[in-house]
Each structure stands twice: as structure tokens, then as C-alpha cells.
Design a protein around this ligand. Structure first.
Ligand code: GDP
Length: 446
């Protein structure tokens, strides 16, 4: 994936070494590299232009925080923007319709539609525990119907028989009728593609869409198509109200620019990616992970994330003011800290980063192996408290403890443990208010 981008970003890291602030000129140099890399990776020019402009805007004037180098800071911005470009978060299939939820596949011949129907059938059956029916409306490509029958057999879902003597719309209607009568949850509809976009094909898929009124209309596109993928995506998104994209053959794609373009062009989320020919070779698409993969700089990226999260300066300042104003540190603040801790990889992760001197002082009061679950429980307990209890924890006596424990679905001992942890933290906060939170935060990153 975009090997070149990784290479070029290393150059950026070198170019920007030692600069304390990101400025117009040093960012411009860096952006030239990013721009070249994206174009070489076959990302569409308008997409590249918008992307570069956004990165520039975001990066400009940014302080280079903590231990990061300016180059790393720029890569951080590039990573965030790449994630945004590809849609922020994963979007799963939507089944919120009267059953059966109909999923219509659209795309060029060879894009991987039939294979994807098989993969999706397996995914929906296994992950969503749904009863799936598949049908092929591809009456043109020889053996397309048979190919789907074999796939259905392989993944253990029902296949609705069709023949190349039938009308596509008639097949779809019959399959829908069958799905309704036999209480299928999901109907996956494969359609014909042609080698190039033509009017007849578009009319046919529009007619299928009108007849089925699917809740999902997925555009299947071959990642190896490069620039052409963009044109195809545009044509399909103009013809059909697409709801999502499946990007296939990502395993074979050396450049991967399509992943960056199709989202922008269609305005629809990439829901899945095909990563192998076999039926298991389908993955939900995670923009953030893809951005990391594209940048191929796992280490640098986690370093950046840590630095950005731990130096959540606004929060730290507020907390500091609170401690200084003598108002004290209450359970509400404690909860906020816990949330921060989660961002930093849990309590155990945090313990690793705290200076040894401090962890020694805590004397193992914080559970060493505490994980995500423990953090969730702590949050749950605090959520079960009233506002008054949060600001005056000393109010929490036996009967309140029982109520809180019941509300959070934990034992009273757990509530006690949390209150002890809170007290320890409170002491720690007081201590550090002398040395300053900045010192504490710097310690964490060390
Ligand atoms: P359709 O014409 O759109 O139905 O395309 P097919 O489903 O027949 O796929 C065309 C070719 O691409 C077949 O040889 C598939 O095995 C292959 N294919 C589809 N998806 C993937 C994928 O994610 N990775 C790889 N390596 N091959 C794929």
C-alpha cells in the first residue's frame, strides 16, 4: 500500500528536523512530497488537492508538542486527515428495514461482485447470525449463476435458482417473494456488469433498484483499477443512490490510491474491503487502520497519538486551576482522568509510563493488570453516583454504597475499592500540584 508515501514521509521527517513550529514554508516542502506520493499512488487529482489544502490548514501554526519532532507532527496531521478522507469510522451494513433486508450489488464486470456476494453471505451469516438468501440476476456472463450457486454452497447459505433465460427484474421479484415467504433476514442480489459502462447496463440496474427498493446498494470496485475506479465510481453514484462501497482486491494492489479516492468521489462509506480471493477474504473497512497502513509507520503513529493524548493541555490546565483554587479534586475529575487513561492504553499502560518513583509510591494500589473492562466498571460505578456524591465522596456511606453497587451491577467491595483508588489519586494530585501537572505529564511520556 502506497509504499512510496512511506518513503517520502521519511524524507519529510528529515527535512523538518529541528524546526520548533510548523510554518507555511516548512509545511509546503513537506506537502510537495505528500502530493507526489499520492499522485503516484493513483489518487485522483481533485482529491489530492483538497487533501493537501486540508492538511496545510490543520498543520499551520501548530506547536510541535512534547517530545515530537516537527516531521512527526506533520505525519500526525496527515494521518488524521487520511482517516477523515476515508470516512472516520467503520460503517457496518444497515439491516434496519422490514425483513428481508435487501442488499443490491453494483459494479463493472470483473470487479468482484459475485465473489463479494459469497463473502458477504458468509459474513452476515456468521457475524450477524442472519438467515441469508442469495440470487444472481446476471443473465449475461456465462456461468455467473453457477458461480454463485457454488459459493452459496461453500458458505452454507441458500441460493435462489435463476436461469439466463429469465429477465433480471423478474428474477429479483421472484427471489424477494421467496425470501419473504420463507422468512429470510437478508437477500443479497448479484447483478450483471459489463466491461465498460454502458447505458443499457445502467438502465437495467436502475430497474432492479426500483423493483427491489434495497436498503443497501453497494458499489463494488476493483482497487487495482486506479484512476479508472474514480470514473466508474462517479458514473455509478450518479445513476444509483449508493449506500456504500466494497473495495476489492486490495491484496493485489501495490498503490491503493483508489481507497483514498472513492470515498471522496461517491461520498459514501467504504464498508468492506476484499483482501483475498477466498470466501474469508473480506474485512470491515476501518479508515483509521487503513490510514496507518498507508503510512506504514506504526511506531511513529503510536508515539504521536500518545503525545497528543497525554498532553491534553486544556484538560490539564483546568485540573490544575481546580487543585490550586483549593476546590479539590472530586470523583467527576477522577472519572475524567480514567477516560484519559483509557485513551493512553489503560491503567497498566499508564503504569508503564509513570516514573518508577511514583509507581513505587502508589504501592500497587492501582491494579497492575487493569484493563479496558476494569476501566469501564469504574466509569459505571461513578455514573451511578449522584452529582452530590461525586463532588463530596465522603457522603458515600454504607446505604449509598449499596445503591451505587446495585446501579452499576457490581459488588459493594468494588465500590470500596474505587473509593480507595480515588483517595490515593487525590493525594497524588495534591502532591503534584506542588511540582505541577506539566511535570507529571512529562514524566508519563518519558
Ligand atoms: P464479478 O464479475 O464482478 O462478479 O467478479 P467476480 O466475483 O467473478 O471476480 C472476478 C475475479 O476477481 C475472480 O477471479 C475473483 O476470484 C477475483 N476477486 C474478487 N475479489 C477479490 C479479492 O478481494 N482479492 C483477490 N485477490 N481476488 C478477488
Amino acid at each position: 500500500m502506497l509504499d512510496n508515501l512511506t518513503g517520502r514521509l521519511s524524507t519529510i521527517m528529515k527535512t523538518l528536523r529541528g524546526e520548533a513550529r510548523l510554518t507555511e514554508s516548512n509545511i509546503s516542502d513537506a506537502m510537495r512530497e505528500v502530493r507526489m506520493a499520492l499522485l503516484e499512488a493513483d489518487v485522483a487529482l481533485p482529491v489530492v488537492k483538497t487533501f493537501i489544502a486540508q492538511v496545510k490548514e490543520r498543520a499551520m501554526g501548530q506547536e510541535v508538542i512534547g517530545s515530537l519532532s516537527p516531521g512527526q507532527a506533520v505525519i500526525g496531521v496527515v494521518h488524521q486527515e487520511l482517516t477523515r478522507l476515508m470516512g472516520e469510522a467503520n460503517v457496518d451494513l444497515n439491516f434496519a428495514s422490514q425483513p428481508p433486508a435487501i442488499v443490491l450489488m453494483a459494479g463493472l464486470q470483473g470487479a468482484g461482485k459475485t465473489t463479494t456476494v459469497g463473502k458477504l453471505a458468509k459474513y452476515v451469516r456468521e457475524q450477524h447470525k442472519k438467515k441469508v438468501l442469495v440470487v444472481s440476476c446476471d443473465v449475461y456472463r456465462p456461468a455467473a449463476i453457477e458461480q454463485l450457486r457454488l459459493l452459496a454452497e461453500q458458505v452454507g447459505v441458500e441460493w435462489f435458482p435463476s436461469s439466463d433465460q429469465d429477465e433480471p427484474v423478474a428474477i429479483a421479484r421472484a427471489a424477494l417473494e421467496h425470501a419473504r415467504r420463507h422468512l429470510f433476514d437478508v437477500l443479497l442480489v448479484d447483478t450483471a456488469g459489463r466491461l465498460a459502462i454502458d447505458e443499457a447496463m445502467m438502465q437495467e440496474i436502475k430497474a432492479l433498484h426500483a423493483a427491489l427498493n434495497p436498503i443497501e446498494t453497494l458499489f463494488v470496485v476493483d482497487a487495482m483499477q486506479g484512476q479508472d475506479a474514480v470514473n466508474t465510481a462517479r458514473a455509478f453514484s450518479e445513476a444509483l443512490p449508493l449506500t456504500g462501497v466494497v473495495l476489492t482486491k486490495l491484496d493485489g494492489d501495490a498503490r491503493g490510491g483508489a481507497a483514498l479516492s472513492v470515498r471522496q468521489i461517491t461520498g459514501k462509506p467504504i464498508k468492506f474491503v476484499g483482501v483475498a480471493e477466498k470466501v474469508g477474504g473480506l474485512e470491515p473497512f476501518h479508515p483509521e487502520r487503513m490510514a496507518s497502513r498507508v503510512l506504514g509507520m506504526g511506531d511513529v503513529l503510536s508515539l504521536i497519538e500518545e503525545a497528543q493524548k497525554s498532553v491534553d493541555q486544556e484538560e490539564a490546565k483546568k485540573m490544575m486551576a481546580k487543585v490550586k483554587s483549593g476546590k479539590g479534586f472530586d470523583l467527576e475529575d477522577f472519572k475524567m482522568q480514567i477516560v484519559q487513561m483509557r485513551k493512553m492504553g489503560g491503567i497498566s499502560g499508564l503504569m508503564d509510563k509513570l516514573p518508577a518513583q511514583l509507581t513505587g509510591q502508589l504501592g500497587g494500589q492501582l491494579p497492575a493488570g487493569a484493563d479496558e473492562k476494569a476501566i469501564n466498571r469504574i466509569e459505571g460505578i461513578i455514573n451511578s453516583m449522584t452529582r452530590q456524591e461525586r463532588s463530596k465522596p465522603e457522603l458515600i456511606k454504607a446505604s449509598r454504597k449499596r445503591r451505587i453497587a446495585a446501579g452499576a451491577g457490581v459488588s459493594v467491595q468494588e465500590v470500596n475499592r474505587l473509593l480507595n483508588q480515588f483517595e490515593t489519586t487525590q493525594k497524588m494530585m495534591k502532591q503534584f500540584s506542588k511540582g505541577g501537572i506539566g511535570k507529571l505529564m512529562r514524566g508519563m511520556k518519558g
